[in-house]
Design a protein around this ligand. Structure first.
Ligand SMILES: [Zn+2]
Length: 314
């Protein structure tokens, strides 16, 4: 039975440190941002499963040959309000650790989702009051500093300042709006939000790397949508002119005041703008090996989730 615990424990360690470090340093995600996001999501899901599954497997080890059937036996005893006699203090500590980790991960994720939604609602209400309504979604703030960001959700708002309009040519402004509308349309905040939550639940360097990497990758996805709409040169010029665009969720450390548009934009864009510009202006030809990395990353993501799931359910 402890045979179930060791593979999960090894996987939890690999997913907690070396794999996020390796993935954060890799260059290929710039060419395959969607596949890279899937792989980061798989790292998060598999990491959570193995982190909780390993102490669970240790805890129910004396009860049955497998984790799943051991948990069924444990639940049966718990329904009768008794602790299985076969469990020693070591197993009880392992089960308590698994319970604390599960409650913390799930609780912090739900709390983070609630806080982000509340902050989005507050900022939407603020820009609706303070800004000019250019159309159903677009709000223009009377502010000289160039800034553009998105408040996604069921009542999406795209916010730009008068400084942005003054700084950009029409095609550059179209590029910025296409970028922000891509965040809104594809609900990129739902991609970033779990990583922000996991970083809050387990505030360790790998979680920080994951959040930063995924935030950067959704910027690249939105850039790719804007490029398809208006072309690379217009978006690259716009990024140079206004120094970047906002991310899909409000940064909890920014204070989130709509009036502080420039500050919100800068703090919500952890990807150096120069990196995004370089990505846009570099030649996009790729070798066969580079093209195969995308499908390989999707396959790795599926296998990464399937592994610990199989250990838990078999
Ligand atoms: Zn963006």
């Amino acid at each position: 039975m402890l045979a179930d615990a060791w593979p999960l424990a090894v996987l939890a360690i690999l997913l907690a440190w070396p794999i996020p470090v390796f993935l954060a340093r890799a260059g290929w995600p710039r060419r395959h941002p969607r596949a890279a996001i899937a792989l980061w999501q798989a790292v998060g899901i598999a990491g959570g499963l193995s982190l909780i599954g390993a102490p669970l497997a240790i805890g129910v080890a004396p009860l049955d040959g497998h984790l799943r059937t051991g948990l069924v036996e444990l639940a049966r005893d718990a329904l009768h309000l008794r602790v299985p006699a076969a469990l020693g203090w070591g197993q009880e500590i392992a089960l308590a650790l698994a319970g604390v980790l599960a409650v913390r991960l799930i609780g912090v994720t739900l709390l983070s989702a609630f806080r982000i939604e509340r902050e989005l609602r507050r900022q939407r209400d603020a820009v609706d009051l303070a800004a000019e309504h250019a159309d159903r979604q677009l709000r223009v703030l009377e502010h000289a500093a160039p800034a553009a960001y998105c408040l996604p959700g069921t009542r999406t708002r795209i916010v730009i300042t008068e400084g942005t309009i003054a700084a950009l040519a029409p095609d550059e402004l179209d590029a910025v709006l296409a970028h922000e509308r891509a965040h809104a349309r594809w609900r990129h905040e739902l991609v970033v939000q779990p990583f922000v939550a996991w970083e809050s639940a387990l505030p360790l360097p790998p979680a920080h790397r994951a959040t930063a990497a995924v935030t950067a990758l959704v910027e690249m996805l939105a850039d790719d949508h804007a490029v398809r709409a208006v072309g690379r040169p217009a978006l690259a010029r716009a990024l140079v002119a206004i120094g970047g665009t906002g991310g899909p969720i409000p940064n909890p450390r920014s204070g989130g005041q709509a009036g502080k548009a420039k500050a919100a934009t800068d703090s919500a864009a952890p990807t150096p703008t120069l990196d995004r510009v370089h990505r846009l202006v570099r030649a996009s030809t790729s070798t066969t090996a580079e093209r195969l990395i995308g499908p390989a990353a999707w396959l790795a993501a599926v296998l990464l989730v399937a592994g610990p799931t199989w250990f838990v359910l078999r």
